[in-house]
Unconditional design. Structure first.
Length: 84
């Protein structure tokens, strides 16, 4: 039970970090080219664009990750209390 809980705590964290790094790489490439990154379409464009935060762009990922982490924490707590 504790192993499953720890897995459910770690997987969401790693998935959010992976998606964040991929987003950051794309944005960085656009900025190095002297262009702007359109957060709505995910493309490099000329001119100004409206900034959208990471949590706005990936709402479902953030909510699912938080839910999985909460389930993992609950499983860990239940498994540890059951052992003792």
């Amino acid at each position: 039970m504790v192993r499953w809980g720890l897995s459910l705590l770690g997987v969401p964290l790693l998935s959010v970090i992976l998606v964040y790094c991929l987003d950051w790489r794309d944005i960085s490439e656009c900025l190095q080219q002297g262009k702007a990154y359109d957060y709505g379409t995910g493309q490099c464009v000329q001119g100004l664009v409206v900034f959208r935060s990471f949590t706005e762009r990936h709402t479902y990922l953030m909510e699912a990750s938080a839910l999985m982490a909460l389930v993992g924490l609950s499983l860990c707590a239940f498994g540890l209390f059951r052992r003792s």
